[in-house]
Design a protein around this ligand. Structure first.
Ligand SMILES: NC(=O)c1ccc[n+]([C@@H]2O[C@H](COP(=O)([O-])OP(=O)(O)OC[C@H]3O[C@@H](n4cnc5c(N)ncnc54)[C@H](OP(=O)(O)O)[C@@H]3O)[C@@H](O)[C@H]2O)c1
Length: 308
């Protein structure tokens, strides 16, 4: 049995994430073994765990790397393929490791030429969530408008640019120190969520209300509803349970297949038509600093771990 370095939850009684040696996972016929090169860091990395798991359990759900082994039933992937993928609720362990098993039916994206492993690891979760969030909005004509609550993080950064690409006008919230950044992404009206009067500013900008809103940060659904037109839609990205009157509140449209849109998003990043913002690339051994930064909810864009 071959060993590898991984960041694990050691046991049910000791949840302190620890760097240690564990066995490289064996793969089933419908799985790939991926040599991990980079990891995308998310706020839920230490808490998105399968119900049944073996300890010590490597955490993490999003990574890029090289296909190192192909299960017997799998077609379409070969040794050496460069892929980015999401491995959710994998009982064999997550991706904060030198190797990870990924099911063939999970989200797997070929990395386009010209894209680094660090860049590729930053795309799957934020790209996937953003595209599903946009699919949850009703049809909005070119020239329509949306509001994005908490827009300078990984999801907001993609959401603003994809909304602009659809011809929509965008108002967005973040701290004032991020307003130049938001404008550089194409935001027309920036507001600071710490300013109690921010909804008035959005209402001055669009007196009848915006067509829809993406409430990216937790607890932003009610505020977003105040700036959406009567009968408009608020998409809660973080799963707020609020139900304000006069608007429709909905979650992400996970039933829509966005695979081709994600491939197009990666191509746009390589072409320079879409900004992929990575706040910092951390060495794998400093992963807990990356997680701590993400958990502040004030990271700009995405944080990534490098295993290279
Ligand atoms: N990341 C993902 O891929 C993913 C996937 C699925 C679901 N989600 C959900 O989406 C949420 C956001 O994810 P993310 O990675 O894009 O961003 P994030 O790093 O959690 O959020 C950063 C953004 O939120 C703003 N913010 C912080 N506190 C706020 C508050 N009290 N009110 C309004 N805005 C606030 C920040 O502004 P300043 O820094 O300028 O203050 C910044 O614009 C997560 O918490 C999670 O629940 C995320």
């Amino acid at each position: 049995m071959q060993n590898m370095t991984a960041l694990v939850i050691p046991s049910a009684h000791n949840q302190t994430i620890t760097l240690t040696q564990v066995a490289v996972p064996d793969i089933a016929a419908d799985e790939l073994l991926v040599q991990i090169k980079a990891v995308g860091v998310g706020i839920h990395d230490s808490s998105f765990l399968p119900q049944e798991l073996d300890y010590p359990y490597p955490i993490g759900i999003e990574a890029s790397g090289i296909v190192a082994e192909v299960g017997a039933e799998i077609t379409g992937y070969s040794l050496g393929d460069r892929i980015a993928f999401i491995s959710m609720m994998q009982p064999k362990g997550g991706v904060w490791a030198q190797y990870a098993a990924g099911r063939a039916d999970s989200l797997i994206l070929p990395i386009p030429e010209g894209m680094s492993f660090e860049q590729a690891a930053a795309v799957p979760v934020a790209g996937n969530s953003t595209l599903h969030a946009l699919h949850s909005l009703p049809t909005i004509d070119e020239g329509g408008s949306i509001f994005v609550a908490g827009a300078s993080g990984a999801i907001g950064t993609f959401a603003v640019q994809l909304a602009r690409a659809r011809g929509w006008q965008v108002a967005a919230s973040a701290s004032s120190s991020n307003h130049d950044y938001l404008r550089s992404l194409g935001v027309e009206l920036t507001v600071d969520y710490r300013d109690d009067n921010w909804p008035d500013h959005v209402r001055q900008w669009r007196p009848d209300g915006v067509d829809g809103a993406l409430a990216v940060q937790p607890h932003t659904t009610l505020g977003s509803a105040r700036v959406v037109k009567q009968g408009g839609t608020v998409v809660t990205v973080s799963g707020d349970r609020d139900n304000p009157p006069g608007v429709r509140v909905t979650g992400l449209s996970y039933h829509v297949d966005v695979g081709q849109e994600l491939i197009a998003l990666m191509a746009d990043i390589v072409a320079g038509d879409m900004q992929l913002v990575i706040e910092q690339v951390y060495p794998f051994t400093d992963a807990l600093s990356a997680l701590a930064k993400i958990q502040t909810r004030h990271a700009r864009g995405k944080s990534v771990l490098s295993l290279m």
